[in-house]
Design a protein around this ligand. Structure first.
Ligand code: SIN
Length: 495
């Protein structure tokens, strides 16, 4: 079932704040415009939450927490499973909405919907498996009972690059664990979250469990929530700079935190790699989501012996990308999210060429409306250049040549980040040596994609804390309670 025209689809999106089960205007009636990055035009005006709206949302989450935590795990699982079915039935509407507000090509949005829906199914299967243990203390004197309980009201802050999947990756484990939530979606792409929140109510989520507050004043709105002792958990996906500020704020209340922060992924092509497979993997790792992903290959490190062959084939594949609005037939690369991001990427390429890199393809901003930037390849890049030290977050691939594995590992690890690394080699021992030496939370071996709802997604070093997805994902929303029990036979002996 599809909502008809884009206007019909937009008209079906709730535009208020979701507080305690009701869609309401912001106190003071403020609104803001959501922009289509392909044309620079306004899609919708939505409620712009202020600090008092945030506090009302947290009060609703806090009020709902006790009853929600008592709901049977199977009942929470059924809500997630119904939500999976509803998202799957409405996949085309979600995909179109993602493309409208975020810009990626429709085929990629469809991929995101499938990916995002899987978090609902995965965590519907995890909810009934929350367990603990009962054991005898080593000295036999006591019994040790260990149980899990929901952490409590959680503030979820999601980014604009995967408007559905980043929301479901946080909401689904929180629902499975029995936590209530205040979701603050990115102001650039709030519409998908609003449509999804409406769907969660249809799936049977009780009022107050999920509250949604979009805002153009994130710091002013989230600051008081993080300082409020009714909040017990903060989960954030976004830049390391913002993550550091939130961590500092969260330390006051010693909040549980999950931080999925910036990346600077190396993609290493060894001299024994299947070069065509490595090219395909590099295209996926670089160009998925137009390069606007924290797992995007930020530095392509290629062994000197295969550098020419790899570069020739990689450039040909990059040149085949068709730039345009995501909902036009044939488009394979959409716009960047906004003017600031487009200018930042263009500036990084200009700086790299000044520092001695060569633009082999792409490298210039096209004329016309929208925030477009072409698929770009840079060669002659050296490890010290800013383009390989900062996160690009765009369709630009810098190629760095290396001479041996030790050099590749040294260069790959020479960054404060450690989210993901990709390695292409046909030698199993070498693959495992790289896996053990790379300072990274995730490793892709002969593949350009690691993201999977059944796997623990997350980084080390400045790339973050905690894991999302997999069996680990639900643990982020559970706390451990230990109950020490006197030896039940002690009374028998003394009776
Ligand atoms: C991200 O860019 O933050 C997440 C990407 C993914 O889940 O693959």
């Amino acid at each position: 079932m599809s909502a008809g025209t884009d206007q019909d689809l937009l008209a079906s999106v709730p535009t208020g704040l979701l507080v305690g089960g009701a869609w309401v205007a912001a106190q003071g009636g403020k609104t803001f415009e959501v922009i289509d990055p392909a044309h620079g035009t306004v899609l919708l005006e939505v409620a712009d939450a202020g600090p008092e709206d945030g506090v009302a949302a947290l009060a609703a989450a806090h009020a709902a927490q006790e009853g929600w935590a008592r709901m049977a795990p199977r009942a929470r699982a059924e809500i997630l499973r119904r939500a999976f079915t509803l998202v799957t039935e409405r996949a085309e509407d979600f995909a179109r909405l993602i493309t409208l507000e975020m810009g990626k090509p429709l085929a990629e949005s469809r991929g995101e919907v499938a990916y995002g829906a899987e978090f609902l199914r995965w965590f519907s299967e995890e909810a009934p498996r929350i367990s603990g243990r009962y054991s005898t203390a080593p000295d036999g004197a006591n019994r040790l009972l260990v149980r899990k309980r929901p952490v409590g009201p959680s503030l979820l802050i999601t980014p604009w690059n995967f408007p559905l999947a980043m929301a479901t990756r946080k909401i689904a484990p929180a629902v499975a664990a029995g936590c209530t939530m205040v979701l603050k979606p990115a102001e650039l792409t709030p519409l998908t979250s609003m449509l999804f929140a409406q769907l969660m109510s249809e799936a049977g989520l009780p009022d107050g469990v999920l509250n949604v507050i979009a805002t153009t004043r994130p710091g002013e709105v989230t600051g008081p929530l993080i300082a409020d002792d009714r909040l017990r958990k903060l989960s954030f996906t976004g830049s390391t700079a913002v993550g550091r500020r939130l961590l500092a704020q969260a330390s006051d209340q010693v909040l549980r935190v999950s931080m999925e922060l910036g990346g600077n992924a190396p993609l290493i092509v060894c001299e024994d790699a299947d070069v065509e497979e490595a090219v395909s993997g590099a295209i996926t790792a670089k160009m998925r989501n137009g390069g606007e992903a924290c797992v995007a290959a930020n530095r392509i490190l290629v062994h000197r012996d295969v550098a020419e062959e790899f570069t020739r084939s990689f450039v040909a594949r990059m040149e085949s990308f068709v730039l345009g609005p995501g909902n036009e037939d044939g488009t394979t690369l959409g716009p960047l999210i906004d003017e600031r991001s487009r200018d930042k990427v263009a500036g990084m390429v200009a700086d790299a060429t000044q520092a001695g890199a060569t633009v082999v393809t792409g490298g210039s901003v096209p004329a016309g409306a929208g925030y477009f930037y072409p698929a770009t390849v840079l060669t002659g890049v050296t490890p010290g250049m800013a383009i390989v030290q900062d996160e690009i977050f765009g369709p630009v691939a810098p190629i760095v040549v290396f001479d041996d594995d030790a050099e590749a590992v040294r260069v790959a690890n020479a960054t404060p980040y450690g989210l993901v690394a990709f390695v292409f080699t046909r030698d199993l021992d070498r693959a495992f040596r790289y896996s053990e030496r790379l300072e990274s939370g995730m490793i892709g071996l002969n593949t350009g994609v690691v993201s999977n709802p059944a796997a623990p997604f997350g980084g080390v070093k400045a790339s973050g804390l905690g894991r999302e997805g997999g069996a680990e994902g639900i643990e982020e929303y559970l706390e451990t309670v230990y109950i020490g029990i006197r030896d039940p036979f002690a009374s028998e002996v003394s009776d």
